[in-house]
Design a protein around this ligand. Structure first.
Ligand code: 5GP
Length: 194
C-alpha cells in the first residue's frame, strides 16, 4: 500500500535491527487520513469473507481496527491487556508475550461480544513473532467462532510471525512487508522480489 510505505519511509524511525518506531502516524500520534485508507484497503481485501466482527488489541490496533470495521460495517472489539474493574467474569483469556515490552500479559475479551458462529477478522498494527495474533485467534476459537483472516498493517517479514500464523492455517494479509531494518534503513520485501 503506497501511502503507508511513504509514511513509513518519511516518518518511521528505525530504533534497532528489529524495531521500527511509527509514533508519528500510528502508535502515538495518529494520521486519520492514512487510518481511513488502511481501513479501506483491509475492507477491500476481506470484502468477500462475510466478516461479522473485527477484533484487535489495545491500544495501537484500535485505529486501524475501527476504520476496517467501519468499512466492513461490523462492530470492533478490542482485547484488553489489563484487568478492568467492570470486566471481571465471563471472560475469554489468553496469554501473550509482548515483543516490545518483553513481558507476558493476559489479554481478555468479554464472552458477550464474540459468539459461536461469528466470522472474525483480526487486525493488528505490527507482526513480529505472531504472539499477539495467536492470542487473539485463541480468544476467537474459545468462543467457537471462526478466524476469517488476520490483517496486519506492518509485517516484519524477517521475523517468524507470518510463518507461524500460516503454519497454524490462518490467512494473513499485510499492507506493508519489511524485509529488513538493518543499518537504520527500511527495506520492503517487494524491492527484492520485483
Ligand atoms: P508479535 O506479537 O507479533 O510478536 O508482536 C506484535 C506486537 O508487538 C504488536 O501488537 C506491536 O504492538 C508490537 N510490535 C512488534 N514489533 C514492533 C515494532 O517494530 N514496532 C512497534 N512500534 N511495535 C511492535
Amino acid at each position: 500500500m503506497e501511502e503507508l510505505k511513504q509514511a513509513i519511509l518519511n516518518k518511521g524511525v528505525v530504533l534497532s535491527d528489529g524495531v521500527l518506531k511509527v509514533d508519528a502516524f500510528l502508535n502515538h500520534q495518529i494520521d486519520p487520513v492514512l487510518a481511513l485508507q488502511i481501513g479501506k484497503e483491509f475492507g477491500s481485501r476481506f470484502i468477500n469473507s462475510r466478516i461479522t466482527k473485527v477484533l484487535t488489541i489495545e491500544s495501537s490496533g484500535i485505529a486501524p481496527g475501527l476504520t476496517t470495521a467501519l468499512e466492513l460495517k461490523t462492530p470492533l472489539i478490542f482485547a484488553r491487556k489489563r484487568k478492568s474493574l467492570t470486566l471481571s467474569s465471563n471472560l475469554l483469556t489468553a496469554k501473550v508475550h509482548s515483543f516490545t515490552k518483553n513481558e507476558t500479559n493476559e489479554i481478555t475479551v468479554s464472552k458477550d461480544f464474540i459468539n459461536e458462529g461469528d466470522n472474525v477478522l483480526i487486525i493488528d498494527d505490527f507482526l513480529a513473532n505472531g504472539e499477539a495474533a495467536l492470542g487473539l485467534a485463541s480468544l476467537v476459537e474459545q468462543a467457537n467462532a471462526t478466524v476469517a483472516g488476520i490483517g496486519i498493517v506492518i509485517e516484519k517479514s524477517f521475523q517468524p510471525g507470518r510463518n507461524k500464523l500460516e503454519e497454524a492455517g490462518y490467512v494473513v494479509e499485510s499492507l506493508a512487508r519489511l524485509s529488513s531494518l538493518v543499518d537504520k534503513k527500511v527495506h520492503f520485501l517487494e524491492e527484492i522480489s520485483e
